[in-house]
Design a protein around this ligand. Structure first.
Ligand code: F6R
Length: 263
């Protein structure tokens, strides 16, 4: 587990964009797992800038999003489909046929649909690089606390904390209470994982995920089981980590000995 400590949000986005761009340059046919949410907005802006400057080509990249709310039409301003198109896809050259986002408009036959989403990940050769944010409660995707660490793509009921966090986006309209999400087991099958966290509201979840016990109470703690995870954190998000000095030293040695891991 590599923990990259950055000063602020801007530096986190820059570092994460560099890692993603490096992965695409090494493997133009990369299969990229993507996330939505506030943390991702700046990252997508960086990737869009790299693309528009002619330094990053997404034409052969395949993408799979982690999750989508159940019951929102694609055109709903809070749907992840809408988020991805507005913040990323419409500004870059990912081919529409290579974009995969769980379909939140399905009614019934959820298990069959979720199994088919997993099947399309497998058919694409599996996810090479999965990008994650983290919820205040430690969720990754919408794997809320108590999710099975072996879970697969499925329908998930949102936790009270997530509903409260979402209330500001939905206003008086009642927000969705369920989502379709890749499972923790699905996420752990990605070859490489990159988790971004910014802001003090994530500090407790980040510390538990990196330094706490592996537990279904903190879904992101399952990432400790993965051999190639990089956390990119700003100072407020890293504030409750006990081993910050060690992570700084590891980072120095990584840039000396295996700089490839940082580009
Ligand atoms: C969304 C997702 C979620 C978010 C998490 C953090 O696709 O997978 O796990 O990454 O809720 O959201 P923000 O960045 O809005 O704090």
């Amino acid at each position: 587990m590599l923990v990259i400590l950055k000063r602020d949000n801007e530096e986190v986005n820059e570092q994460a964009a560099q890692l993603i761009a490096g992965a695409i340059r090494k493997k133009p046919l990369l299969t990229l797992g993507l996330a939505t949410g506030n943390t991702m907005v700046g990252l997508y802006q960086h990737l869009v800038r790299l693309h528009q400057a002619g330094w990053l080509d997404f034409s052969e990249v395949k993408t799979f999003n982690l999750d989508e709310y159940l019951g929102l039409p694609d055109s709903h301003p809070q749907s992840f489909q809408h988020f991805m198109h507005e913040n990323f896809f419409r500004h870059v050259n990912v081919s529409p046929r290579n974009i995969h986002i769980p379909d939140g408009s399905i009614r019934g036959h959820y298990e069959a649909y979720c199994a088919s989403y997993e099947q399309s990940i497998r058919a694409a050769g599996g996810i090479d690089l999965q990008v994650l944010g983290i919820g205040r409660n430690g969720h990754i995707g919408f794997n809320e606390p108590t999710s099975s660490l072996a879970s697969r793509t499925r329908l998930k009921v949102l936790s009270r904390e997530t509903l409260d966090d979402n209330a500001k986006f939905f206003g008086p309209e009642e927000g969705p209470s369920c989502a379709i999400t890749m499972g923790i087991g699905t996420i752990l099958e990605a070859r490489k994982i990159l988790l971004l966290a910014t802001g003090g509201s994530k500090a407790a979840a980040v510390a538990k995920s990196i330094e706490g016990p592996i537990t279904c109470a903190v879904s992101a703690s399952a990432l400790q089981l993965h051999p190639d995870v990089t956390f990119v954190l700003d100072e407020p998000a890293a504030a409750r980590l006990a081993e910050r000095d060690y992570y700084h030293r590891v980072l120095q040695m990584t840039s000396l000995l295996t700089p490839d891991r940082l580009s």
